[in-house]
Design a protein around this ligand. Structure first.
Ligand code: FUB
Length: 463
């Protein structure tokens, strides 16, 4: 087992306690969103009925912001998240040497633009690069072959206003913006500094060089004619604060705390979206086993704006957001679509996309709210194993719930030599949480690329 994964398992309960979070039962926990690696700096984007969640990747056992790639996850229901792997990394930018830090993706012109801070190899300073792709899951290529902007500061975020004008904001310790041109990869009007006044961004005490609370990570959006700037405040026990303004360039008025300091990471980083009629607040904390300030995890809460448009105070939970809709088991589902997992890792599949692997006896994946309808009669999975294989137990409702079926995954002579196995299923009716529990001998058992049930007609199909 990968050492970092071992550590995450061993420290799971302890980390939750340190983070000040209630230790959940397996059935309750859906935060953090990703359990297979450490993720940070969430940047959610809604596109075509799905939420795409772009994150950084904190390396296992990191003692600094050691980050070499970005990752993408997506969900149609806010609880079952599909891992799309890493479609952009430092290697995408030939001029970048380190620090794949907090970015933001926007869709425009039929393309997806990913603005990221990275260290410029030739200047040694942080600069803003732009990746571009024709799919929200990439692959992304370097749009410019050079930085779009460079002043040693970080955390780009783009607002596309109703009139079509796009603004790129970034900065730590300052706050900057440029007016992007319609091509989204150039700008006009120079680099502008937003005045960091205490009226605009709150008063910080104890640091004469940083009179306001603004630290980094601006997330700027418009709602009901009001512009919001939600940002990480007051290093180095960051909380999330926010300001509002009548225009995208100010004047800003500080409105207070959105998420207090909590969760076992000395940074936090916000992303705010509306999806399927609800509002969602993404952030990161140190809640996974082995988690902390350099081994962070992205999480989400649902919230409701106050009647006057102000943001409520949002507290981290281990339960996460409620599910919107259900998951459809009678179409192919990627094995890396996960509400919660234990011991599982993901990797690129030779068959395309990702697969789950490094499965040991007792590891499991939970898929939430599976709409079996009148009942499933069989289960199929695409599996591969360079070892002896094992079994997939299909448990309903909980990890110790009734077994609806057991599929045997044989050795196939290679971890990417795929075969489809099918087994009978009974008792899988209605809408239930599904646990895929992997069992077998010692060592890694098998990989799974996808699964699908067959059987009676299903009800509402949302994912
Ligand atoms: O992840 C590296 C840096 O930590 C980000 O750029 C900041 O926002 C903070 O979260």
């Amino acid at each position: 087992m990968e050492p970092g994964l071992m550590l995450r398992r061993l420290l799971w309960a302890a980390a939750l306690v340190c983070a000040g979070l209630a230790v959940p039962s397996a059935a309750q926990a859906d935060n953090p969103i990703v359990q297979t690696i450490y993720t940070a700096d969430p940047a959610p984007m809604v596109h075509n009925g799905r939420v795409y969640l772009y994150t950084g990747h904190d390396e296992d056992d990191s003692t600094y912001f050691t980050m070499r790639e970005w990752r993408v996850y997506s969900s149609a229901d806010m609880v079952n998240w599909t891992d799309h792997g890493s479609p952009m990394s430092l290697a995408t930018f030939s001029w970048a040497s380190a620090d794949a830090w907090a970015g933001h993706v926007v869709a425009r012109n039929g393309k997806f633009y990913w603005y990221v801070p990275v260290k410029n190899r030739s200047t040694g300073r942080m600069a803003i690069g732009v990746g571009v792709a024709t799919s929200p899951t990439g692959p992304f290529t370097d749009a410019l072959g050079r930085p779009l902007a460079e002043n040693g500061e970080i955390d780009p975020h783009v607002l596309v206003d109703d009139d079509g004008q796009a603004y790129l904001y970034w900065g730590n310790p300052n706050l900057w913006y440029v007016r992007l041109n319609p091509d989204m990869i150039s700008y006009s009007g120079g680099v502008n500094r937003i005045p960091l006044t205490t009226a605009g961004f709150g008063a910080r005490t104890g640091d004469p060089n940083r009179p306001t609370l603004y630290e980094e990570g601006p997330w700027v959006y418009k709602r009901n004619g009001l512009y919001y700037n939600v940002f990480a405040a007051r290093c180095c026990s960051e909380f999330i604060g926010y300001s509002t303004a009548p225009t995208p360039t100010g004047p800003w008025t500080y409105r207070g705390t959105v998420m207090p300091t909590q969760g076992g990471s000395f940074t936090n980083h916000a992303g705010v979206i509306d999806f399927n009629g609800g509002s969602y607040f993404f952030y990161h904390n140190g809640a996974l086993p082995g988690g902390g300030g350099f081994t962070r995890s992205v999480a989400v809460e649902k919230f409701t704006y106050n009647a006057d448009g102000t943001l409520p105070t949002i507290t981290m939970t281990s339960a996460g957001a409620p599910q919107t809709g259900t998951l459809h088991p009678y179409v192919r589902q990627e094995a890396e679509t996960i509400a919660w997992s234990s011991g599982v890792e993901t990797e690129r599949s030779g068959a395309g996309g990702m697969n789950v692997g490094y499965l040991d006896n007792g590891d499991y994946i939970k898929v939430k709210g599976v709409a079996f309808g009148a009942g499933a009669t069989s289960f199929s999975a695409r599996v591969a194993s360079a070892a002896a294989g094992g079994r997939i137990e299909l448990r309903l409702g909980s990890l110790t719930g009734p077994v609806a079926g057991t599929c045997t995954a044989p050795g196939t002579g290679g971890w990417q030599n795929w075969t489809t196995v099918t087994c009978p299923v009974s008792g899988a009716t209605g809408t239930r949480d599904l646990y895929l529990r992997f069992t077998g001998g010692s060592g890694y058992l098998f990989n799974v690329d996808w699964w699908q049930f067959a059987g009676a007609a299903v009800g509402k199909e949302t994912s």
